[in-house]
Structures are given as structure tokens and as C-alpha cells.
Design a protein around this ligand. Structure first.
Ligand SMILES: [Zn+2]
Length: 58
């Protein structure tokens, strides 16, 4: 199973957990505040254009 990054909507704690792809969208219990508020974190360190925006774009 792939490892997914989640972020807690309650306390902003980030954690990673193994999840089946079908369950990846489901909320997870935050290991810090123990509320069912962990949501999939959107990847912010991977750009659509890894080498920067294409020249002339826009
Ligand atoms: Zn939390």
C-alpha cells in the first residue's frame, strides 16, 4: 500500500500513514489530538513544471 501524507484539520499536525488507494480520501484519526480530522495533504513540493514555468507561457 502507498504511503500518504495527511494533515489534521484540527491541530494542523502532519502525519503519514499507509492507505489503500480506495481509502485514501477518507478521513483519518489524528495521532496527536485523536480526532477524525486528518485529511489528505496536497503535495506542495512537487511542481507541475519541475524546471519552472515554460518560457512564453501566458
Ligand atoms: Zn490533530
Amino acid at each position: 500500500m502507498p504511503l500518504y501524507e495527511y494533515v489534521c484539520g484540527q491541530c494542523d499536525f502532519k502525519f503519514e500513514t499507509l492507505s489503500a488507494l480506495a481509502d485514501a480520501h477518507k478521513k483519518r484519526e489524528c495521532p496527536k489530538c485523536h480526532k477524525l480530522t486528518g485529511e489528505r495533504a496536497l503535495s506542495t513540493n512537487s511542481s507541475i513544471w519541475p524546471l519552472g514555468e515554460p518560457a512564453g507561457f501566458g
